[in-house]
Design a protein around this ligand. Sequence first.
Ligand code: ZN
Length: 241
Amino acid sequence: MQILVISDIHANFTALDAVLADAGQVDAVWCLGDLVGYGPDPEVCVERIRQLPNTVCLLGNHDAAVLGKLDQEAFNHEANISVSWTRDQLSPASLGFLQGLRTRVETQNVTLSHGSPRNPIWEYLLDINTVLSNFSFFKTPICIVGHTHIPIIYTHNGNGTVDWSIPQPGVLTPIQGRAILNPGSVGQPRDRNPMAAYAIYHSDENSWEARRVEYDIASVQKRISAAGLPFRHAARLMDGW
Ligand code: ZN
């Protein structure tokens, strides 16, 4: 099976559309949360995800904040402006869809979680010690997370150490032993590469294929400005940071 793995769309429909077109025919979709927040297209992004067949979708911290499930004081001022604006843009059907999302899903071989298996909503897997301790919080061989907006592969060596690598786009990486994988962000990349990031998980071969695709960043920036959302959320798209 080819499984499209996407995360952190952040209401950027132009990026989401480019990713879905670039991915082509897939057997299933795993969406790791943060469908909304920052970007100008929350309703159309949630609608598009709702319509995708064979899709597992998780709740991210921005989605939870829009639903009022998180204390908004945990967000910075600019993110808060976006959260409040987003709440007004979503239809009852889309709010209901977000309301029904889980924070963590386990299949036979894979655990899916937005932030980390230990703390699906909040924890960032950005340093090796945090990553290492999180290997105790899932039982499956593989865990896939989003949240940091940085595509990366962490591999557990079995001797209490973790290796990491940045996957080359378009290259199939066989997954060895236990691993934590991150596809990066569709709608707001933060690895200094402005192209939308996603991955294909080839479940039969147990391999991971990171991918990048260009999209019309300027059109998204214009809509962010037109909506009166913070300028920084538009500016950073061009830098991928
Ligand atoms: Zn995010």
